[in-house]
Design a protein around this ligand. Structure first.
Ligand code: ATP
Length: 460
């Protein structure tokens, strides 16, 4: 993980937040390549789950909502983590996370809130800060970020930054039904920022207070029997697996679906999984929550808003739909994509290269164009011409710094699938260029007239 963090800073993927002011703990800014990569993951997700489907539409709802939304969703009352203090050094920690490291997620999930502190002492779990074992009982800490709306500091003006994007979907359910003429089953998808006042953020961008999610609420008819929800639920599972493997390139052996047992399962959910990735050094960490949430959320909003959120089908039957929720973390997924792509390879004798083997669709830069030599105007001019022609089609970069070997290394580190070099043969002999493949490092000659088609086909 250290190598990934260092590469991210060195190569412009992720920078420490507010750096010139001495930083801001656990805040990160996405640099030029990180922004491209994050956008490409979100684009691939949107293409797969919205654009290519007939039954999902998109949404972009507000970050600051009426605070009643979060009362209805249960976040004001229940969005709590068990907070424990170390009596030795007075630092504050997430009791459940400390327990999880020692006894695993399943066993931790079975421990009631009021027993967390006692269990930490019993198991002799030490404070990560001072090494002592002397814990207080757990207290509740609400994760919602409060903010003040308007100029008057008045408790009446308190609102929350959204703790998840999902609630924006539920509160727009009626608007979408009324405007989009969708039949059940259908889903609403949203990508955007979410905020949680995490007690123990950390592990680079894995757990931050400001992060991005990609969520879908997929509405189905109230099931008459188990198969009625099982069938779409299993179908979603398969589609999500294919997305992680085929579109993001996350290896199957690095992923697992951890099912919630009855202790961990929310009272309204019939089935829930945490979809986890095996992060280097960190171990298994959740990338996505996947749940059948019954009609809980819409019913909560009906109860609290008084709005009629029933669906009327073609036969005139009126009912509250149930929902299946795939809830992806975008920034966490980005970390998994970085971890999966990172490779250190031996090349030749006593030489290594770092290469980010991103799927071409995710790579921040698709093609880099070089003149063989910087000081030969004819080469530079031709390379510039090619670069300008390719730029409207793909994210491209022009580089004439240092020797070609160094330029290859730099492009390998940002995961550019193809490098195109203009040399003397290009202008004197064959009107062709050398195209070098990132993964095999093989070089082929391609005629300039065929270059666009060649790259388009390879980058598909
Ligand atoms: P965790 O157990 O790690 O706190 P969660 O179960 O509370 O996560 P959900 O509420 O299911 O998470 O949110 C859906 C997804 O949003 C998670 O799977 C994760 O990818 C992402 N996510 C949640 N909290 C954070 C965070 N603080 N930083 C980055 N991503 C997050």
């Amino acid at each position: 993980m250290e190598q990934i963090v260092s590469l991210c800073k060195r190569r412009g993927f992720v920078f420490p937040g507010s750096e010139i002011y001495g930083g801001m703990a656990n805040s990160w800014d996405y640099g030029p390549y990180g922004t491209e990569l994050k956008n490409n993951i979100a684009k691939s997700w949107w293409k797969t789950f919205v654009q290519e489907r007939d039954d999902v539409v998109g949404l972009d709802s507000a970050i600051i909502t009426n605070p009643k939304v979060w009362v209805a969703s249960g976040h004001v009352a229940n969005f709590n983590d068990p907070l424990v203090d170390c009596k030795g050094c007075k630092t504050r920690h997430r009791g459940d996370k400390l327990l999880e490291e020692k006894i695993g997620v399943d066993e931790t999930a079975a421990i009631p809130f009021e027993e967390v502190g006692k269990k930490l002492n019993e198991l002799q779990i030490v404070c990560p800060n001072c090494g002592k074992t002397d814990w207080t009982d757990a207290r509740k800490f609400n994760l919602l970020f409060e903010t003040q709306v308007g100029v008057l500091a008045d408790p009446k003006n308190i609102a929350y930054l959204r703790g998840e994007t999902a609630q924006g979907i539920f509160i727009n359910f009626k608007n979408v039904v009324n405007t989009m003429r969708k039949k059940l089953p259908f889903g609403i998808a949203q990508v955007g920022k979410a905020f949680r006042n995490e007690i123990t953020p950390g592990n680079f961008i894995f757990r931050t207070r400001e992060f991005e999610q990609m969520e879908i609420e997929y509405f189905i008819k109230p099931p008459q029997k188990d198969e009625d929800w099982r069938e779409p639920y299993d179908k979603w599972m398969n589609e999500i697996k294919a997305f992680f493997n085929d579109k993001l390139g996350l290896a199957e052996e690095n992923m697992r679906w951890r099912r919630h047992d009855s202790n961990e399962l929310s009272f309204y959910s019939k089935d829930t999984y945490d979809v986890e990735y095996n992060f280097p050094n960190l171990g298994w960490g959740e990338l996505q929550g996947f749940a059948y949430r019954t009609d809980y959320d819409l019913n909560q909003h009906i109860k609290h808003s008084g709005a009629d959120l029933n669906f009327v089908d073609d036969e005139g039957s009126k009912f509250v739909p149930h929902c299946i929720e795939p809830s992806f973390g975008l920034t966490r997924t980005l970390l998994a994509v970085l971890a999966e792509a990172y490779n250190e390879e031996e090349v030749g004798e006593n030489d290594t290269r770092i290469v980010m083997k991103f799927k071409p669709a995710l790579a921040p830069i698709k093609v880099a164009v070089f003149p063989l030599l910087k000081n030969k105007p004819a080469l530079v001019e031709k390379a510039q011409e090619i670069y300008k022609n390719l730029k409207p089609l793909f994210m491209c970069e022009f580089d004439d710094n240092g020797n070609v070997g160094k330029r290859y290394r730099r492009q390998d580190e940002i995961g550019t699938p193809f490098c195109v070099t203009v040399d003397f043969d290009t202008i004197e002999k064959d009107n062709s260029v050398t195209v070098r493949d990132r993964d095999s490092m093989e070089q082929v000659r391609v005629s300039i007239d065929e270059l666009e088609g060649y790259l388009a086909q390879k980058l598909q």
